[in-house]
Write a protein that binds this ligand. Structure first.
Ligand code: ADP
Ligand code: MG
Length: 303
């Protein structure tokens, strides 16, 4: 791949706080025009990575390129070309929401006024209130409107919808989709699978400061096991079929799991046993994600 197409290019990133290694050799690549889901449980290192990308935190070691530049050295230039929404927006207490949107926009080289008006309406935001009067959800809306009304190449969104109600989540999904249609690249961090599943072209899953899985949604699904339920004429040698895992038998009814990329082999083996009925349940990404959470819990209890 032409490295010029990489909007974010991180390799071997390390960052410690005292003795604690928050990032332990993290790799992350985001291509131009892509929505990249950055997923992981709380404390995995998402915000630390993003703070390094924003030039708010210096890395201990590793390579970090953002929009072809160095986020630490080229901070002024890069911040004209990107917009950032944190998960806990703080606003200037006596400035109105509208003024905050304009101020944030001016730092980024301007706002599209028509889009600003449209976003304010769709998010049902009252821009005349002062910062101190906004609820958490409304502060998020101010930052989201400011980011999406700006003409930028890259959106860095760190759990941006925390505190938004489900209706506004939907609006958020729509407006990010529109930004992508305009050619904007998006890094979207979340600890909730369902939130990124709709938008993301690719996903990177982070745990304990390293990427444990990366790929498209279908590639990640391919790493998961599909559940197969079948009724067979004979179950005699069924436990010798190597592609079947977690085999359970109830009379002639079989339940088993199969690596998703070996479904074909499993079907051949089952057909040879006289297949009478079959249900195949593809893996959900939620289950992949939960498995990673479970591993997290296990390491927690063995510490
Ligand atoms: P995430 O955003 O994925 O929830 P963070 O990047 O915020 O995770 O945090 C990763 C780990 O680093 C956590 O264990 C957190 O407590 C720790 N951490 C983050 N920032 C600091 C800091 N400034 N000082 C000490 N520890 C920190
Ligand atoms: Mg975070």
């Amino acid at each position: 791949m032409d490295s010029g197409d990489l909007v974010i290019d991180v390799a071997g990133l390390h960052k410690s706080f005292g003795k604690f290694g928050a990032l332990n050799g993290l790799d992350l690549q985001v291509e131009r025009g892509q929505v990249h889901g950055f997923l992981g449980p709380n404390g995995a290192g998402k915000s630390t990575t993003i703070r390094v990308l924003l030039g708010l935190l210096s890395a201990d070691s590793g390579r970090v390129r953002l929009l072809g530049g160095d986020p630490w050295r080229d901070v002024v230039e890069l911040h004209r070309r990107l917009a950032y929404v944190p998960g806990d927006v703080s606003l200037w207490p006596s400035m109105t929401g509208g003024e905050a949107i304009d101020l944030l926009g001016s730092l980024r080289g301007g706002i599209d006024e028509a889009r600003r008006a449209d976003l304010v309406e769709r998010f049902e935001l009252d821009p005349t209130k002062r910062g101190r009067q906004y609820s958490k959800g409304n502060r998020q809306k101010v930052a989201i409107v400011a980011a999406l009304a700006s003409d930028v190449e890259l959106l860095i969104l760190d759990e941006p919808t925390s505190g938004l109600d489900p209706l506004m989540e939907n609006v958020f999904q729509e407006v990010v989709g529109e930004a992508v249609a305009r050619g904007t690249t998006v890094l979207l961090s979340s600890h909730i699978m369902a939130e990124v599943e709709i938008l993301a072209d690719r996903l990177s899953i982070i745990r304990d400061g390293v990427i444990v899985e990366t790929g498209t949604l279908s590639e990640l699904r391919g790493h998961m096991r599909t559940t197969v339920r079948a009724e067979l004429a004979t179950v005699h040698d069924i436990d010798r079929v190597a592609v079947l895992h977690e085999v359970h038998l109830d009379g002639n009814h079989l339940t088993a799991t199969v690596d998703t990329d070996r479904i074909g082999e499993a079907m051949e083996a089952l057909t040879a046993c006289g297949l009478r009925s079959l249900t195949v349940t593809p893996p959900s990404l939620e289950s992949l994600f939960l498995r990673l959470y479970e591993q997290d819990d296990e390491t927690e209890t063995t510490r």
